[in-house]
Design a protein. Structure first.
Length: 184
């Protein structure tokens, strides 16, 4: 058993770092969310910010848009051309995706500064792209309402997870400690 662990030590180190980072930051995020009472339709501030920024993107595109607190559930309604087309719930704020992204980067960590800067810049990119994703999804739902399932469940998740995957590839090949070892 010890030989197997020693033989595959880089994998086990990666796995341990990934799981620890993911669990710690997921627990921190869950603690943050526990401050809001879902039973009373309270929405966390990050989700509120994402909804408001989505509205700002739509308005900047010259579109009549508004964001309203949902009356019956913990979410925000996105109105586009005076039509309720989308809602922003906690799962739409990209924090879980960012935690997953950062866990992988940390697991393949390089120097502290390089890892920290890549996690921060990648997280900001994911966050901004997620807001754009919600805005474009709203527009797409307005123009193609019959394709809601395809757009929401297939096309737009591919976009956000595709970006995360590309960032992981860039990290491993260009910036991680692994890239330095294998390029010599």
């Amino acid at each position: 058993m010890k030989d197997i662990i020693n033989q595959h030590k880089p994998f086990f180190v990666f796995l341990l770092k990934f799981v620890l980072f993911y669990l710690i930051f997921t627990l921190i995020y869950k603690f943050y969310l526990s401050q809001f009472e879902v039973q009373n339709n309270e929405v966390d501030n990050i989700t509120k910010f994402v909804a408001e920024q989505t509205k700002s993107v739509l308005v900047a595109m010259g579109k009549d848009s508004d964001v309203l607190k949902h009356e019956f559930e913990p979410s925000y309604k996105i109105l586009y051309s005076n039509k309720y087309l989308a809602r922003v719930v906690e799962g739409c704020n990209a924090i879980s995706v960012i935690i997953l992204f950062a866990s992988f980067v940390f697991a393949f960590s390089s120097t502290f500064k390089r890892t920290f800067l890549f996690i921060i810049s990648g997280s900001l990119l994911i966050f901004v792209l997620n807001i754009l994703r919600i805005a474009f999804l709203t527009i797409a739902l307005y123009n193609f309402p019959k394709n809601e399932h395809f757009l929401h469940d297939i096309v737009f998740p591919i976009v956000i997870y595709g970006v995360v995957f590309l960032l992981w590839i860039i990290w491993v090949l260009k910036f991680s400690g692994y890239a330095k070892v294998t390029s010599k």
